[in-house]
Ligand binder design. Structure first.
Ligand SMILES: [Zn+2]
Length: 223
């Protein structure tokens, strides 16, 4: 779907670092957003979403079970990369990232979002304290993202939470996609997983860049 927007992008797999010089925020599982320009500055604030309208400059996030979300305007003129684990989702990072992209791109433009490899509901067991924090944001809707697990535990579908969040800001239906068969914990061959491998786990690199300007579209100086 992002291909249709004309943007260069990629979700990480083992051994792939993405392009050189990807601009990434200092991730802290929060809901703060930054622009490319803020992010590239020394002493940039901590953030879990970055937005850019700079053609051909890759921005990105890293993950090892959390959800990477890449967004683009329909024409690829502005893009966003979001890092969303359960804490970030409970703090509203997905909607905050989409709102930051709308501020940059203009409210009238349609946005597309793709969710990349993350720990799936098949493997992501959580306990009551996690649900308590998520309930504060998702209320009754939270149950749609849960399956029952061992006593006192639940299996959590992070992508379902992202879907709910982005629907509230108008990204839904065909504008929202989840990469299929991409559980980081199940698929040892392709992905790193913190839940499976612990603190020594590697990280997956995800990136996206706004569409290159068409040749000849730059304003010419008139003599
Ligand atoms: Zn799994």
């Amino acid at each position: 779907m992002l291909d249709a927007c004309g943007v260069e992008h990629g979700f990480g797999v083992r051994g792939a670092d993405g392009p050189n010089s990807v601009v990434r925020p200092r991730q802290v599982h929060g809901a703060n957003t930054v622009t490319l320009e803020e992010c590239a500055r020394e002493g940039a604030p901590e953030a879990d979403a970055v937005v850019s309208a700079a053609p051909d400059v890759p921005i990105g996030v890293v993950t090892a079970d959390c959800v990477p979300i890449l967004l683009s305007t329909v024409g690829g003129t502005a893009v966003a990369a979001i890092h969303a684990g359960w804490r970030g989702l409970g703090r509203g990072v997905a909607a905050a990232g989409a709102a930051a992209l709308r501020r940059l791109a203009g409210p009238e433009l349609d946005l597309y979002a793709v969710v990349g490899p993350h720990i799936g509901r098949c493997c992501y067991e959580v306990d009551r304290p996690v649900l308590d924090e998520l309930e504060a944001r998702f209320a009754q809707r939270l149950s749609q993202a849960l399956a029952s697990g061992r006593p006192g535990h639940w299996m959590l579908d992070l992508a379902a939470l992202v879907r709910m969040e982005l629907a509230t800001v108008g990204i839904e239906g065909p504008a929202f996609e989840v990469l299929p068969n991409a559980c980081t914990c199940c698929d040892r061959k392709r992905f790193h997983s913190y839940r499976r491998d612990g603190p020594s786990s590697g990280r997956l690199y995800h990136y996206i860049a706004a569409r290159p300007q068409k040749a000849g579209s730059q304003t010419q100086l008139q003599g």
